[in-house]
Design a binder for this molecule. Structure first.
Ligand code: AP5
Length: 216
């Protein structure tokens, strides 16, 4: 059992690897991005509050995402939690540390997924997701075997994200470098950081993460 953070810019492959870890190790993915998108899809008050912010590629408030994570962590996770897209600011990192302490849990590893900005535009603009099971695909690097049909669940409701365009990606990257990348130093100083090459093939990235976890 391990609790880990996947840290990296938009399109680094956090969601793709989180799904692999769920299948391989029985871990539970906690993606604040997915929780917020679900709120938008359901038309809740929270969804209405964050929709414009997310469409512009900016971060929503720390209070909102800390509340979402706190609520989900109450359910526990036998195989451990994978924090995907959280924390994204130092305030969120502090809050996570306090939540862990309160639960008597530990943060075992922070895995930085290193990529070049140059590949991110292609990754993000080519991404689509199964609206039924959430499996992540890509037009060229990971298409479905049968066009329009999910390999995993057979669903045909494929979705593209409103913020997956070149213009919004620029803002998302700026937010990452300004507010999230300081977490690399924060966790390095605590001795909790490991880096993997996120430019490698999906299977190789998964192997590199597995090797980090096996040593944790
Ligand atoms: P969120 O949903 O978290 O988006 P993100 O961080 O921008 O990350 P992505 O989901 O874009 O990328 P990913 O790293 O998961 O890549 P993926 O595996 O899909 O956040 C969205 C918004 O919500 C934020 O902008 C913000 O407004 C708000 N938000 C969320 N959390 C917040 C927080 N904590 N605080 C404040 N605001 C918050 O891969 C991308 C594509 O590449 C896919 O098509 C995939 O098939 C492909 N791919 C993956 N790996 C590889 C590989 N190794 N080789 C080739 N292709 C690959």
């Amino acid at each position: 059992m391990a609790n880990i953070i996947l840290l990296g810019p938009p399109g680094a492959g956090k969601g793709t690897q989180a799904k692999r870890l769920e299948e391989a190790r029985g871990m539970v993915q906690l993606s604040t991005g997915d929780m917020l998108k679900e709120a938008i899809a359901k038309g809740t008050d929270l969804g209405r509050q964050v929709e414009g912010i997310m469409a512009r590629g900016e971060l929503v408030t720390d209070e909102i995402v800390i509340g979402l994570i706190e609520a989900k962590m109450k359910d526990g996770a036998k195989g451990g939690f994978i924090f995907d897209g959280f924390p994204r600011t130092l305030k969120q990192a502090d809050a996570l540390g306090q939540l862990m302490t309160r639960m008597g849990a530990t943060l075992d590893r922070v895995i930085e997924m290193q990529v070049d900005d140059a590949v991110l535009v292609a990754r993000v603009t080519g991404r689509f997701t199964c609206g039924t099971c959430g499996e992540v695909y890509h037009d060229t690097t990971r298409p479905t075997k049968v066009p329009g049909v999910c390999d995993v669940c057979g669903g045909t409701n494929m979705k593209r994200r409103a913020d997956d365009n070149e213009e919004t990606l620029k803002t998302r990257l700026m937010e990452y470098y300004k507010k999230t990348s300081p977490l690399i130093g924060f966790y390095y100083a605590k001795g909790q950081l490991s880096a993997v090459n996120g430019l490698a093939e999906v299977d190789s990235v998964a192997e590199a993460i597995a090797s980090v976890l096996d040593k944790a």
